[in-house]
Design a protein around this ligand. Structure first.
Ligand code: PHE
Length: 455
């Protein structure tokens, strides 16, 4: 039977903020954000993204943390407690748990690439520049199921061993170590980017909003990414909020987490784009920006091998603290709702995710079992399919459910009490509830209409 230790609480507010920021800051900030900003013309996309974070992401983050803090439960239990155990709202909780499995299964594969690149940098693979060399390196990795599976299992093994130690002794303690190290590494990279000739051009690219490259798809991509990057729409923040005590300030913490996440995303751009411009590469290189283009630059610059090691290590650490939160959501369901011991819950969910990630780890193979394993049934690779399903459908749908539930289903009195408890920022309530009631649902519906081709 689960004991109170299986659930646990944060040791301090700083510990919570670092763990939640650790969840938010991940591959989404350092791998994905720079490349989608690059593909969508830079400054104007960044501007829209910042607006989405402030007006859509932040209100949902506050709602999630409040739901968790007031019920002391992970998503499924939280909706059961707040409403009725058999109401359809519990489905929002289920969707969250399902999203945790789907996202972590492919997230771990990309994190595995990053760990493989640490190994390659240490081996000195990025010391000499050869035309087409880094494409070949990435191509070989992608096409090699054994190597992908090895790193995927290793990465999951590390995440499992952290989460199994509990909220306070595992997640919080490791976040307190990994986050400052990660930030330190990013600042070292930034220091080196500052000295590059392409720095000025990069600042221009990231901060000057010319509307020339603005497309409707870009606006919606910015909105969708604001969910992914803040870990919203699947109950990660509900779960982390459930380990808070009722006197802990949820509002100020949400602002800090969002600020931290946004700061790192911008800093990642100011590390990647100076390198990109200095070495004459295209900012719109897509998903390969980090794994193909960046290593070219590393192989051309003095001390590049060391910088490459630092960069991929920081990417791996950032991915790990996010993976911990994804695993925690899945685990907390079994602890809260099934009464499992933490160790059993972590091992079972971790093993399922390892299995679920195998098709993604084998995305680059063809002919596995005589079928095209590289392709799912709708013609994308498994890897792309999982990312697409989660980022474009599951997270926005979950976010919509959470926003509507909080804004329209929870009684006004209980909501005001939850919002104002433990904070001196209670006067923000009016703005928050209006955004959550009107702007958030409209914005998320726009994402869906776009996804089905209506908008
Ligand atoms: N926010 C993480 C990132 O930016 C990804 C994530 C999504 C983590 C959803 C937890 C939940 O990489």
């Amino acid at each position: 039977m689960a004991t109170p230790q299986d659930r646990g609480h944060w040791g301090s507010r700083l510990g919570f903020i670092l763990a939640a920021a650790g969840s938010a800051i991940g591959l989404g900030n350092i791998w994905k954000f720079p490349y989608i900003a690059g593909e969508n013309g830079g400054g104007i996309f960044v501007f829209i993204y910042l607006t989405c974070i402030a007006l859509v992401g932040l209100p949902i983050m506050i709602a999630e943390i409040l739901i968790g803090r007031s019920t002391q439960k992970s998503p499924v239990g939280a909706f059961k407690t707040l409403y009725k155990p058999d109401s359809p709202w519990v489905g929002v909780g289920w969707l969250g748990v399902a999203s945790a499995f789907v996202i972590l299964s492919f997230y771990s594969v990309v994190a595995g690439w990053s760990m493989h690149y640490v190994y390659l940098s240490l081996k000195g693979v990025f010391t000499v520049y050869e035309p087409g060399g880094t494409e070949a390196v990435f191509g070989q990795l992608f096409a090699n199921p054994k190597v992908n599976i090895f790193w995927h299992v290793l990465f999951m093994g590390v995440a499992i061993s952290v989460v199994i130690a509990g909220v306070h002794k595992g997640v919080e303690r490791w976040s307190e170590i990994l986050m400052p190290v990660m930030l330190g590494m990013l600042l070292v990279m930034f220091g080196s980017a500052l000295t590059m000739s392409g720095f000025q051009e990069a600042v221009q690219f990231v901060f000057s909003p010319s509307t020339e490259n603005l497309t409707r798809a870009g606006v919606l991509e910015a909105l969708g990414h604001s969910f992914f990057t803040l870990s919203l729409g699947m109950g990660a923040m509900i779960t982390y909020g459930s380990y808070l005590r009722s006197k802990d300030d949820a509002i100020k913490s949400s602002f800090l987490i969002a600020l931290f996440d946004t700061g790192v995303a911008l800093l990642a751009c100011l590390v990647l784009f100076p390198i990109t411009f200095t070495y004459g590469m295209e900012p719109s290189a897509g998903p390969g920006l980090v794994f193909v283009n960046l290593p070219i630059a590393f192989s051309k610059m003095p001390g590049g091998s060391m910088l490459a090691t630092i960069f991929f290590a920081l990417l791996s650490f950032a991915a790990l603290t996010s993976a911990m939160s994804l695993l925690e959501v899945a685990t907390a369901y079994f602890i809260d709702e099934r009464g499992w011991r933490r160790s059993k819950a972590v091992l079972v969910t971790g093993s399922i995710i390892i299995l679920l990630g195998l098709p993604s780890a084998m995305s680059g193979t063809t002919g596995f079992f005589g079928t095209g394993m590289s392709e799912s049934f709708i013609g994308m690779s498994w890897f792309e399919l999982f990312d697409y399903l989660a980022s474009n459908w599951m997270l926005p749908l979950g976010g919509l459910g959470i926003a509507i539930f909080m804004a329209w289903r929870v009684g006004e009195k209980a909501r005001v009490a939850a919002f104002t408890a433990g904070t001196t920022w209670g006067r923000l309530y009016f703005g928050w509830i209006h955004l959550l009631r009107y702007l958030v649902p409209i914005a998320v519906l726009a994402v869906f209409l776009h996804a089905i081709g209506v908008l």
